[in-house]
Ligand binder design. Structure first.
Ligand SMILES: Cc1cc2nc3c(=O)[nH]c(=O)nc-3n(C[C@H](O)[C@H](O)[C@H](O)COP(=O)(O)O)c2cc1C
Length: 216
């Protein structure tokens, strides 16, 4: 769908999911993530960049697993994560919009749990590439987990945590030769509706990931 159509539908509150492409499994168990390998950190930083052209191919399960673990996985005893959060609130929920359904990343189980059996990719942003790239991440802050954070700071602290996760995604993508772009130009109401979020859950950002579009 082109940008103008999406903007018009968004203005009317009618940016809606498409039917799922195939039947999404209730749970996608991810293979164990690698704890080694990839580009050296300085080389990944040197390669980090935003890209807005994607091949439609699905990511192999091993890459999806590594991507989600790098983003916001559990990396130590006690449940610590690959990105920081104020007071350790771990308030960010990471959703993954796939053609066959929208899933919530369950870091403890390192699995994806189906939350909406529809293709939400096109709802995750106004730019046309989001519709057909293999996956769009959505960063959601659960304000209910931020009871110890003063109310006035909750949104900014959650945005910082989401930014740290997004940079993890950028660095993994740089290391794995994937394309990605973080996006704030999104219809937060449409995404919240499509995911069925309760009111204390706030949509912050989206990020598209996929193989780079082949040259030529
Ligand atoms: C908070 C934030 C929001 C962004 N929103 C969008 C967006 O909606 N669409 C987009 O194409 N790029 C978006 N970007 C990506 C920036 O345009 C990009 O990072 C910038 O042009 C610098 O390019 P680079 O990432 O390749 O260094 C966003 C970046 C950040 C940090």
């Amino acid at each position: 769908m082109n940008l103008l159509t999406k903007l018009a539908l968004g203005a009317m509150g009618r940016l809606r999911p498409r039917p799922a492409l195939g039947e999404g499994a209730p749970t996608i168990t991810l293979p164990p993530p690698p704890r080694a390998g990839g580009l050296p950190l300085m080389a990944a930083l040197a390669a980090r960049a935003s890209a807005r052209e994607f091949a439609p191919d699905a990511l192999p399960a091993a890459q999806l697993s590594a991507l989600l673990w790098a983003a916001w996985g559990i990396n130590r005893e006690g449940g610590g994560r690959t990105a920081p959060s104020a007071l350790g609130a771990q308030e960010i929920d990471l959703y993954v919009a796939l053609p066959e359904g929208a899933y919530l990343y369950d870091a403890a189980a390192h699995a994806l749990r189906l939350v909406a059996p529809a293709d939400l990719r096109g709802v995750t942003g106004y730019q046309d590439f989001v519709d057909d790239a293999p996956l769009d991440l959505v960063f959601v802050a659960d304000h209910g987990r931020m009871g110890l954070v003063p109310g006035a700071q909750r949104e900014s602290f959650a945005s910082v945590a989401a930014g740290a996760i997004a940079q993890n995604v950028y660095l993994y993508c740089a290391s794995a030769g994937l394309a990605t772009v973080l996006r704030a130009w999104i219809d937060r109401g449409a995404i919240a509706d499509a995911l069925g979020l309760p009111h204390e859950h706030q949509v912050l950002l989206s990020q598209t990931v996929g193989l780079p579009k082949a040259a030529g």
